[in-house]
Design a protein around this ligand. Structure first.
Ligand code: IMP
Ligand code: MG
Length: 201
């Protein structure tokens, strides 16, 4: 992509094929979702729960535009074998710090693809008997969904393509881009870019 279209992120010109959602579109949509949550959860002091690390950017921006008292907490998971992963079973490596029974919980996700991971985590949260449990997702990939999950708040539908930016990574890179972009085939398959960081230490 031409570096002058990358608004200051020209170091990534060789890696990004196309910007499919701009920073402005993301920020506008996040503001709308925040306003809706502020209205729906007035006097309820919801707990926003997210899974590290992808949701970091969305969570921070969303919290800033919610205008009611709110709390936040995080889970961290790691995958087991690929077989377990295919069932959505993940290992909790960091649990919530807040008790959520009798609380209004909003599960905030950056992206839902098959829905398997989210389904598994929702089941685990439901066992703790929250007063209510809803899902707020910024990027939804409906084509690959294996389990139907009701989404109370949704930012954008995405095509079935691998994207990066705004928290989404490829081998831990690109999370810091403020837009959603398609990777070039080279950047997708080129393992050299990992070495690049070591050389810069
Ligand atoms: P699933 O919904 O269980 O298939 O899992 C979705 C997870 O896959 C997300 O939490 C992301 O970590 C990852 N993921 C799915 N699509 C993308 C993408 O386009 N870019 C980067 N990560 C993705
Ligand atoms: Mg995630």
């Amino acid at each position: 992509m031409k570096s002058n279209q990358l608004a200051g992120y020209d170091e990534f010109a060789g890696d990004i094929q196309e910007i499919i959602i701009t920073e402005e579109q993301i920020q506008d949509r996040v503001r709308e979702i925040g306003a809706q949550i502020s209205e729906d959860y007035r006097s309820k002091c919801p707990v926003l729960v997210g899974v590290l690390k992808g949701v970091l950017f969305f969570m921070a921006d969303l919290l800033r535009v919610i205008r009611i008292p709110t709390e936040v907490d995080f889970l961290a998971v790691s995958s087991y074998s690929s077989e377990a992963r295919n069932k959505g079973v993940v290992r909790l490596v960091k649990d919530l710090e807040l008790p959520i029974n009798h609380r209004h919980v909003i599960f905030v996700e950056d992206v839902i693809d098959t829905g398997l991971t989210l389904n598994y985590l929702l089941r685990s949260l439901r066992e703790r008997e929250p007063e209510s449990l809803e899902v707020c997702v910024l990027f939804n990939k409906p084509e690959r969904r294996l389990i139907e999950i009701p989404l109370k708040y949704k930012g954008f539908d995405l095509p079935n393509r691998f994207v990066v930016g705004y928290g989404l990574d490829h081998q831990e890179r690109y999370r810091n881009l403020p837009f959603i972009g398609l990777l070039t085939a080279d950047a997708f398959s080129n393992p050299n870019h990992l070495r690049e960081c070591d050389e810069r230490h």
